[in-house]
Design a protein. Structure first.
Length: 287
């Protein structure tokens, strides 16, 4: 476990500067980074499905994962182009029909067409669609190269990183009853509570050190609510990904990052945290 913490910190030492730079730049660089991560995450989920005998349509799922963050960027930053996206319900229908036709052309009844088509739809929505809400956070009220916009986007990321790190360390030191022994044997109730409290502690610190200094107006209790939701449901996101891996019989989603697993392993909590933060920001009038 100690080595896991060292690896986590080492990964953060590389990942955080990249995230900060992309968050500050915003625009197409941020959309492109999210699209790349979405495609990699989709690939991992498709691989797990194939481990169980399913045959999802890899090309269609990957192209969808790449497209979703780009479409989110267009919608948020290019109103002249976004107006042409009003027919998106029809585009969704065509996309779904294309997946069904591809399933019919590729698979026979004994090759699990229902499960294969379902994974083809789920994978890009999970790995790409949920993360695309980062563009909504970043560009709801701020343009490119904005410190304020970056601060809003980085808040849930930092809350997740602190929550996960503290939960791991508290769970290692305190032990105690397991949170979900069938799904994730290493997680304890002590670690979960410790991570949640750490997430709450991030809110006032971030409020003073970041939000106030860059001119972002966020009510203190609003920031606390965001941290509470991210600190609790972000950990649910971790369990969801663990459940998927248990079904596939794999320890890590991939070996993309030696010693760290894959994209899904690194971002599992963010798949819940990012869209929930976007929704709360919108509710509070922040973004």
């Amino acid at each position: 476990m100690a080595s896991s913490m060292v690896k986590r910190v080492a990964f953060a030492a590389v990942g955080i500067p990249v995230a900060v730079a992309a968050a500050w730049l915003g625009g197409l660089p941020l959309a492109a980074l999210i699209a790349l991560v979405a495609a990699l995450g989709t690939r991992e989920l498709l691989h797990m499905a194939r481990q169980q005998g399913l045959r999802p349509w890899g090309l269609g799922a990957t192209l969808t994962a790449l497209a979703l963050p780009i479409l989110a960027w267009v919608h948020q930053t290019r109103p002249e182009l976004a107006s042409r996206l009003e027919a998106w319900p029809f585009a969704v229908a065509v996309w779904l029909l294309a997946i069904l036709v591809a399933t019919l052309a590729r698979l026979r009844p004994g090759q699990k067409p229902l499960g294969s088509a379902a994974v083809t739809v789920l994978a890009p929505l999970y790995a790409g669609g949920l993360l695309a809400f980062a563009l909504v956070i970043r560009h709801a009220q701020h343009g490119e190269r904005s410190i304020a916009g970056a601060a809003l986007l980085l808040f849930p990321l930092i809350v997740v990183w602190v929550c996960d790190s503290v939960a791991m360390e508290v769970g290692r030191r305190v032990g105690g009853p397991r949170l979900a022994p069938v799904v994730s044997p290493g997680k304890t109730w002590a670690g979960t509570v410790g991570g949640f409290l750490a997430a709450l502690a991030v809110a006032p610190v971030y409020q003073v050190l970041v939000f106030e200094r860059v001119g972002v107006s966020v009510v203190s209790w609003h920031a606390l609510i965001v941290a509470a939701v991210v600190g609790s449901l972000g950990q649910v996101g971790d369990l969801v990904e663990s459940l998927l891996k248990r079904e596939a019989g794999v320890k890590d989603s991939s070996r993309l990052f030696p010693g760290h697993g894959g994209v899904l392993d690194r971002l599992d909590s963010l798949y819940f945290a990012v869209p929930l933060t976007a929704a709360l920001y919108r509710l509070f009038g922040v973004a």
